[in-house]
Design a binder for this molecule. Structure first.
Ligand code: ATP
Ligand code: MG
Length: 332
């Protein structure tokens, strides 16, 4: 089977709707057709300051949410990034192949460092796309299911894989992004031109899957739309309404055109009330399932231990080949 690899950060405890619709939902589907590797990327999380106890708790919480979303440890390999030291080891080699200017062009770094203040941004934040390159190449992944915001990093991965292969001989699979057009970018409910993000400026625009359902319903009902009243799918002219239609369409499986037809002559309020109910119906069992996994940390940890073992078997082989190619003396 073709292989997929992807990861999610254990930063803000709860996943948001953008994470689920843009990424995790695809992960669940792909475990049926692909040899799938999914990880909680704690090494990436520390590119911005984290409280140690919170980071540890959020790492378990992220794994619990992935299982609650439908990842099945019998069908995929689920692990924690820091349990597989080869990620940091291959990242060093990749850092030494990456141009400083090339890394400086990564827009996520520019956005995140601007948010933090340029003086506070770390070298880790600067090189995090290169760590991501190592994450993907270690598993010889063919496809990487992510949201649109990660496209540039997958391009970097392709460039570095090709550069390494040209310089040292064929070693890495050159991966392709797997980005579904419809859900590639879910927008902030208060600022429908910005991506919904864990580090959102206004928490009212962010639908956290683990929020109290009442809070969630309120956030949906107070989503920013526009002063017009017609319900129409037009991401340029009506970003707010279009975002709500995208979310509704994905969660219900109803095509956007059918939804628009159904809302003909109705007001925004009707759309928001219906969507609030749909979102609440989705998050309520999700919260319960997540809690069940959290209540049994031994099972959770043993799933992650088995996952790390499976992941390491693949990662160690790729790292050994890489070390050999670059000319490191084998340890005897
Ligand atoms: P941060 O803002 O701290 O980077 P995040 O919200 O982007 O957090 P990540 O853990 O970095 O969350 O991303 C996990 C996955 O979710 C990635 O594949 C990313 O592309 C996807 N994703 C994140 N936000 C969205 C969004 N608004 N729409 C679609 N996909 C998204
Ligand atoms: Mg992100």
């Amino acid at each position: 089977d073709p292989r997929v690899l992807s990861g999610i950060q254990p930063t803000a405890g709860s996943f948001h709707l953008g994470n689920y619709l843009g990424a995790v939902r695809q992960w669940v589907a792909l475990q049926e057709s692909h040899d799938a590797f999914y990880m909680v990327v704690d090494l990436h999380a520390i590119t911005v300051p984290q409280d140690p106890a919170e980071l540890r708790a959020n790492t378990r919480l992220a794994a619990a949410q992935l299982l609650a979303a439908g990842l099945d440890p019998e069908r995929c390999t689920l692990f924690v990034q820091s349990h597989v030291p080869e990620h940091a080891q291959l990242a060093w080699v990749m850092n030494c192949l990456t141009g400083f200017g090339e890394a400086s062009r990564m827009t996520q770094f520019k956005d995140k460092s601007a948010k933090q203040g340029a003086d506070r941004a770390t070298v880790g934040l600067f090189t995090y796309p290169v760590l991501q390159v190592a994450d993907i190449l270690l598993y010889q992944a063919n496809e990487v299911p992510v949201g649109e915001d990660q496209r540039q990093h997958i391009e970097l991965t392709r460039d570095l894989a090709e550069r390494f292969n040209t310089r040292f001989g064929d070693t890495f699979t050159v991966p392709a992004p797997y980005i579904l057009k419809e859900t590639a970018k879910i927008y902030d409910l208060q600022d429908p031109t910005a991506k919904m993000s864990k580090s959102a400026a206004n928490p009212k625009g962010l639908i956290n899957l683990l929020d109290d359902p009442k809070t969630t319903a309120k956030k949906v009902k107070s989503a920013v739309t526009d002063t017009d009243t017609v319900i129409r799918f037009d991401p340029e002219g009506k970003p707010g309404v279009s975002n709500l239609l995208t979310i509704m369409s994905t969660l219900t499986g109803t095509p956007v055109d059918d939804l628009v037809e159904g809302y003909e002559g109705k007001m925004y309020g009707a759309l928001k009330t219906d969507l609030a109910e749909i979102v609440v119906d989705f998050v309520t069992p999700f919260r319960t399932r997540t809690q069940e996994y959290l209540d049994d940390p031994e099972t959770l940890d043993s799933i992650l231990a088995k996952g790390a073992e499976k992941a390491r078997a693949v990662a160690a082989e790729t790292l050994a080949q890489t070390y050999e190619k670059v000319g490191f003396l084998p340890a005897k």
